[in-house]
Write a protein that binds this ligand. Structure first.
Ligand SMILES: [Zn+2]
Length: 406
């Protein structure tokens, strides 16, 4: 459960030696971020029994995910653990788990994770029963300005350095690590990626990242992966639901054209003036420069031509909205109820993007008072329009990304 990131755990004093020892301290974070001392056989046995009991009482679960390491550099440094990579400990537990499930005659498949410190493949251990497992490649550190890319043959992969790891954001290096894992586990696997986790908040036309998503899906076969799971907000239907529709259709047929899918979807959603609505969305995606602002989030400080272009584009949002507004206005009373809702959502969205563009521009130009005022305005605007957006737009998550919003 997502909330387990911030939940509390109580560990009895006589069991703290089961927790990961880092810098001389037994770590106690939230439930999903507290690592254990995996070199301790008692820890491995308890984990194996816990997971097996769950699988036994949930036969409806065909693929059960068992993940470690939702943060980097929390690996236990005790004498039992320090000489192995966390992925070697992981494989050892997975093999024990397979033995236990086989003994109990439980057919559940186990999904294991390549992510964070686990991006470095095991050095010593190998998965024994390949039929039991599926690999999940979760390149969370990547950017969304270039699709999956096979690495050059001589690519350098950063070394594993216990608790000083820096998982790469370079997609070729990430795929290079995937290939190393696939040498150890040539079984089924899939990507688990984050296009609609919060990258989509930066793309206010909900259109720009679809071409990237489509290309990623088309390249799954090159990566020897068999599928794709989107790690994302559930409420990602504001201002429209094309990303979901396109994602599903592309997984069914990666040869689909994004423009054709968009045409089909928008014709149904917006009726007669669907093409105008689609062009407007493309314009907004372009004017918000999502890759630029997503990159900024990771600490980019260079003030160059790209910066100037991104700022110039943001300052055009207001005019683009004014120019398109008459089209929205004349469609607000269309009879078809689906299309009627679509245009009403665009109407609310048009007010949002103008304020959001002001806030992002002020943020980028370090005008902190203007920025604060704009986010405050936007917070008020969301409250005012919550009756129409609450099932379609995740304000809580939006606030997490733009914390000055009140
Ligand atoms: Zn340990």
């Amino acid at each position: 459960m997502e909330c387990d990131h911030w939940g509390n755990i109580t560990v009895p004093e006589n069991q703290t030696e089961l927790l990961s020892l880092v810098n001389g301290e037994r770590l106690r974070g939230g439930p999903t971020t507290t690592e254990l001392c995996y070199g301790n056989p008692q820890v491995r046995t308890r984990l194996v029994h816990l997971i097996s009991d769950y699988a036994e009482t949930h036969p409806e679960v065909d693929y059960l995910h068992f993940w470690l390491d939702d943060r980097t550099n929390n690996t236990c440094e005790c004498d039992l653990c320090r000489h192995k990579r966390v992925s070697d400990h992981y494989i050892k537990i997975l093999n024990d788990l397979d033995t236990e499930l086989t003994e109990r005659n439980i057919p559940t498949r186990i999904v294991f994770l390549i992510y964070s410190d686990l991006i470095w493949p095991p050095e010593e251990e190998k998965l024994i029963n390949k039929d039991r497992f599926a690999l999940m490649f979760a390149p969370i550190a990547r950017f969304y300005n270039e699709p999956y890319e096979l690495p050059a043959e001589d690519i350098d992969l950063p070394p594993y350095q216990m608790n000083e790891n820096k998982p790469p954001s370079n997609i070729q290096q990430l795929v290079g690590f995937l290939q190393k894992w696939q040498e150890a586990f040539p079984g089924p696997g899939f990507a688990y990626d984050y296009h609609m986790w919060y990258f989509h908040f930066y793309d206010q036309g909900y259109y720009g990242y679809l071409n990237l998503l489509a290309e990623d899906i088309r390249r799954l076969a090159d990566l020897k992966l068999d599928g794709f799971v989107s790690c994302q907000m559930q409420k990602t239907f504001f201002p429209h639901g094309l990303p979901h529709f396109a994602n599903a259709r592309l997984l069914w047929n990666p040869g689909n054209s994004v423009d054709e899918l968009a045409g089909y979807y928008f014709k149904g959603s917006f009726g007669e003036e669907w093409n105008e609505a689609l062009d407007y969305m493309k314009t907004l995606s372009d004017l918000f420069s999502p890759e630029y602002f997503y990159g900024k989030k990771r600490g980019r400080k260079v003030d160059d031509a790209e910066t100037q272009e991104a700022r110039a584009k943001l300052s055009k949002v207001k005019d683009a909205v004014s120019e398109f507004y008459p089209v929205i206005e004349r469609n607000l009373d269309v009879e078809n109820s689906v299309q009627n809702l679509s245009w009403k959502l665009l109407e609310v969205h048009s007010g949002m993007v103008v304020i959001m563009a002001e806030a992002l521009l002020a943020r980028d130009e370090s005008r902190s008072e203007d920025e604060k005022a704009a986010w405050e305005d936007l917070g008020g605007y969301f409250v005012e329009h919550e009756d129409i957006t609450e099932n379609l737009f995740d304000v809580w998550s939006f606030k997490r990304i733009f914390p000055l919003l009140r």
